[in-house]
Ligand binder design. Structure first.
Ligand SMILES: [Cu+2]
Length: 411
């Protein structure tokens, strides 16, 4: 507090002193019989020289920083197939930008030096030069079209990849402040999901006959609680309004869940059974196409795998996608970097709230063999739903033969 007051005082005094000093300079100039704004030739030459010196200093800084921070050895190593193209594009952009930047700076500073004020020189005046305007419009346009065209080619290859029948589909689900991943399991299809089905033990809102019954029971219990609050808690006007809104929403949710229950007759909602839902850590097989289907529960997040050169917004209400292929396993990357503790990470790259910085998930890239082993050890969504029912092997359970088990509300 006192520190702040002191700081403000120092700033105010500095401003005041500079004003007084300027006044002193003005008076001194008047005494010497000059106008205060008159600048002598030696002052002019000095300023011009300083501009030239700053060109040397700034260019030196530019090359130094480039060497220190933009060097293939210090860049985050790439670990995905399309990342090679992305990195090439980045390098190309940097080369073009650097050349343009250096040319402009050299001319700017050199001209400021060369054409410094000189009493004997008269400035040439021309209002228009068509040739010059054509050159400085067409040249950058050609360079930009080339860069954007290159970028579009890489983008299109990335966003509309050839359909790979062997691809692995993974849902990445974001919420404040964690990631949830869902693997599509044996049937290679992710089960349907809806936000009205979200509950503590079903954070993705996966729809299966069991989760429908559970959700319905839970919603009806919540509704009964709201009703009793409305009747017996004598709420004030504001609270009453809030309870009414909550009741309306709960009713809407029940309607949606009932719709799903009715759909069960012709649509089994069993594709979700073999899905594997994971938090904290997931494994990916190397050299296989991975298709990410991205959803968000609350606000904008951004799926960011820096080593795979993957970044895509996670938008509430919209599904986004990204397809990529990891080409370096975690073990290989640890060897390459000489860091035995290295791990790939999934990060959030869109400031989404207080704990945004800590929103991450560990990614392990395995050989196909190791990955198969790891996947076998994971609990399916169905096994998580019904811990008391022993599921023989998710591979042998036919989707159609799964009995519809009605679960009671666990609460
Ligand atoms: Cu986030």
């Amino acid at each position: 507090m006192y520190m702040n007051i002191l700081l403000i005082l120092v700033i105010l005094l500095t401003i005041l002193t500079s004003f007084r000093l300027m006044k002193v300079f003005d008076l001194a100039a008047k005494l010497r019989g000059k106008e205060p704004y008159e600048i002598s030739e030696s002052e002019n030459n000095m300023n011009a020289l300083l501009v030239l010196l700053s060109l040397v200093g700034l260019s030196g800084m530019f090359f130094f920083l480039n060497h220190k921070y933009y060097h293939p050895a210090t860049m985050l190593p790439n670990a995905s197939k399309h990342g090679i193209e992305v990195d090439k594009l980045l390098h190309l952009n940097f080369v073009v930008i650097s050349i343009a930047f250096l040319i402009c700076q050299v001319f700017l500073m050199w001209f400021a030096y060369k054409y410094r004020y000189n009493k004997k020189r008269r400035a040439a005046h021309f209002a228009h030069n068509t040739k010059l305007e054509i050159v400085w419009t067409v040249l950058p346009a050609i360079v930009l079209v080339f860069l954007i065209g290159k970028g579009l080619i890489v983008w299109n290859l990335q966003m509309w990849p050839e359909n790979d029948p062997n691809k692995l589909t993974i849902e990445i689900y974001s919420r404040q402040f964690d990631w949830t991943a869902r693997f599509s399991g044996e049937d290679k299809t992710l089960g349907d999901a809806n936000f009205t089905m979200i509950s503590d033990d079903n954070i993705l809102g996966v729809i299966t006959p069991e989760t429908i019954d559970r959700q319905l029971a839970k919603c009806r219990k919540d509704l009964a609680e709201l009703d009793s609050l409305l009747k017996f808690s004598f709420p004030n006007k504001k609270k009453y309004g809030e309870l009414k809104t909550a009741r309306r929403r709960k009713n809407f949710q029940i309607q949606r869940v009932i719709e799903f229950k009715n759909q069960v007759k012709d649509k089994k909602f069993t594709t979700g059974y073999d899905d594997v839902v994971l938090q904290q850590e997931i494994h990916l097989p190397v050299n296989r196409t991975i298709e990410l289907q991205i959803r968000s529960q609350d606000v904008l997040h951004s799926v960011y795998f820096p080593h795979f050169r993957v970044q895509m917004y996670s938008v509430p209400g919209v599904q986004t996608r990204f397809t990529f292929m990891p080409i370096v396993t975690t073990a290989e990357m640890r060897d390459k970097l000489g860091k035995p503790t290295f791990d790939y990470l999934l990060l959030c790259n869109n400031v989404c709230g207080a704990a945004h910085f800590n929103m991450q998930m560990k990614i392990v890239v395995d050989t196909q063999e190791d990955w198969d082993k790891w996947m076998k050890g994971q609990k399916t969504f169905r096994a998580g739903l019904m811990p008391e029912v022993t599921v023989p092997d998710s591979a042998t359970v036919k989707a159609d033969s799964v009995p519809v088990v009605t679960m009671n509300n666990p609460h």
